[in-house]
Design a protein. Structure first.
Length: 333
């Protein structure tokens, strides 16, 4: 089988023929049709995760189950599935017993069994989700990280009817955040420093597009503020400023890996009963909700598709900030 292999950090990934694998008990073998790329892949490329080359990256894969390991009953041959990051807990610790294997100290992820930038991949059956009928592999792939993350962030914000959501950072995650917030019936504002994005963000579902200039908080306050800010930017400066645009009782949900300390004005935090929360992929129900919205046509990832052979081009465009909005690798099948 052919795979894009990270042979050393900060170097081009190598297309190599690899020996085929067999699933262990509890695992499945998947023929990958598509694999999304995200900003985390850039961090992986630079060695910011506990991985030792050579390895295969890719944590947004979708494909078809072609072999079952012993004991697998929840999946069948031919199932169309995607694989998410946290796949399996130990099953015995207090966290697993409370029904949160994704938070297990011994959680198994793609980093333990290999990623999806390969024609075949292994995954724990517990870490797979069925794709709804009619959903393409390419469009479903970004939902398994970007869509899942943003849906969890939105749900962790505990939105109430009539509240206003503002999205900060309109990229791979943010363009889905705009669509998801609108799809669940919330007034949705998009915050951007690029005036030329106005029409495109309106098309994605934004009720208003706020041009932020240097201070996102001041720009947001000028249009009445927001009850929830879904932040997917990596800029600590932008996050810090945007907090000032929250209405009393507002919540800023941070889903980006900030490039420095986030500085929040304590007066704004205290006297408005405002909150800063971190969020990543949470309950599995969030993933299912995002997939169902995709199947119903309520959201649609904007993707650039590349064959696996052009993986380095896709990664370089991603790192340069040129991808609009999500890169997806298509695998020959």
């Amino acid at each position: 089988m052919r795979a894009a292999v990270v042979t050393e950090f900060n170097a081009p990934w190598q297309l190599r023929d690899m020996p085929e694998m067999r699933p262990a008990p509890g695992q499945v073998l998947i023929r990958v049709h598509a694999s999304g790329m995200c900003g985390t892949d850039v961090h992986v490329h630079h060695g910011l995760f506990p991985l030792r080359p050579p390895f295969v990256a890719g944590h947004e894969p979708t494909g078809v189950v072609v072999e079952l390991g012993a004991g697998v009953t929840e999946l069948a041959l031919g199932d169309r599935v995607g694989v998410f990051w946290n796949q399996k807990g130990c099953g015995r610790c207090a966290t697993c017993q409370r029904g949160r294997p994704d938070q297990c100290p011994q959680v198994q992820t793609w980093m333990h069994v290999g990623g999806g930038n390969s024609e075949l991949m292994l995954a724990w059956a517990a870490g797979c989700a069925l794709l709804p009928d009619g959903v393409s592999f390419e469009e479903a792939a970004p939902i398994f990280c970007a869509g899942y993350t943003v849906m969890s962030g939105l749900r962790n914000a505990t939105p109430r009817p009539g509240e206003r959501v503002a999205v900060l950072g309109i990229g791979g995650l943010g363009h889905l955040a705009v669509q998801l917030a609108k799809a669940v019936g919330l007034e949705t504002f998009a915050l951007t420093g690029q005036a030329d994005k106005r029409a495109e963000l309106r098309e994605l579902g934004a009720d208003e597009v706020v041009i932020t200039d240097a201070d996102a908080g001041k720009a947001l306050s000028a249009v009445g503020g927001a009850d929830i800010i879904l932040s997917t930017t990596n800029s600590a400066k932008q996050i810090s400023a945007a907090f000032g645009g929250l209405r009393p009782g507002g919540r800023l949900i941070n889903m980006g890996l900030a490039d420095g300390p986030i500085a929040i004005d304590p007066m704004t935090l205290m006297f408005g009963q405002r909150e800063l929360r971190g969020s990543s992929q949470d309950e599995r129900a969030d993933l299912d909700e995002a997939l169902q919205l995709l199947a119903r046509g309520k959201i649609k990832p904007r993707i650039e598709a590349y064959p696996l052979s052009r993986v380095n081009e896709a990664r370089e465009r991603l790192e340069a900030g040129k991808v609009r909005y999500r890169a997806v690798l298509q695998h020959a099948v």
